[in-house]
Design a protein around this ligand. Structure first.
Ligand code: HEC
Ligand code: HEC
Length: 164
């Protein structure tokens, strides 16, 4: 093959080879490496992610963003070490294949809006959920909020079963 035809082919092959970048040397999964210096980069909108990418996104973005919000109510119950996937996805989330809502506290229709509940504890949760938790979660997922005009938007029912 003449060189002028071989060269583009070689370049193509080179481009296809996985390059070893400095970032790849930083194996954050190994126990010996706890510097966590490789920054997480979101591969695109949540909607377009594969299952594995969604899991990584949940681990790197959703858990650390959402935990401090709930910790405002009860820093011990929702502490940084124990708060995780099961808090939103339910204890048996692997068996449930991440299907939601699953296994977290049910909300009664008659208690809406929770921010106006007579019970001060429910009211505190209600305010947090309405003002911060739901809008933050929807923002992370790139979804709009439920309103009568946007019936496909995200609501409390993304995480909570709603009962009569
Ligand atoms: C603060 C609540 C919250 C936490 C914590 C959380 N998730 Fe999620 N997760 C969600 C919500 C909300 C969705 C979107 C559900 C929907 O589509 O309505 C979701 C979706 C997912 C999906 C996509 C499911 C599908 O069918 O495509 C996966 C996978 C997932 N989460 C894994 C995890 C893992 C693993 C963890 C722990 C590292 C975790 N999540 C922690 C709220 C949470
Ligand atoms: C992204 C998931 C998610 C969304 C969306 C969400 N919640 Fe929650 N909610 C939680 C989690 C997690 C808890 C803590 C559950 C626990 O401690 O067992 C909780 C707790 C609560 C509680 C306390 C219940 C109790 O009896 O302890 C109330 C009330 C509540 N949420 C209301 C709402 C309302 C109202 C909305 C919609 C405006 C909403 N939530 C949206 C995840 C969510």
């Amino acid at each position: 093959m003449p060189l002028n035809r071989l060269l583009p082919l070689l370049l193509l092959l080179l481009a296809a080879c996985p390059a070893t970048t400095p970032a790849d040397d930083d194996d954050d999964d190994s126990a010996a490496d706890d510097d966590d210096s490789t920054p997480y980069v979101q591969p695109g909108p949540f909607e377009d992610m594969e299952r594995e990418e969604r899991i990584e996104f949940m681990r790197h973005v959703v858990v650390p963003t959402m935990q401090p919000l709930l910790a405002q109510i009860d820093p011990e119950k929702y502490n940084e070490v124990d708060f995780g996937c099961d808090d939103c996805h339910g204890e048996d989330y692997i068996d449930a294949d991440y299907e939601m809502p699953n296994g977290i506290v049910e909300l009664s229709v008659s208690n809406f809006p929770h921010s106006q509940n007579a019970d001060p504890e429910l009211r505190e949760y209600g305010e947090l959920m309405e003002d911060e938790f739901l809008p933050t979660m929807a923002g992370l997922l790139g979804r709009e909020l439920w309103t009568q005009q946007t019936p496909d938007g995200m609501s409390c029912s993304a995480c909570h079963p709603i009962v009569n």
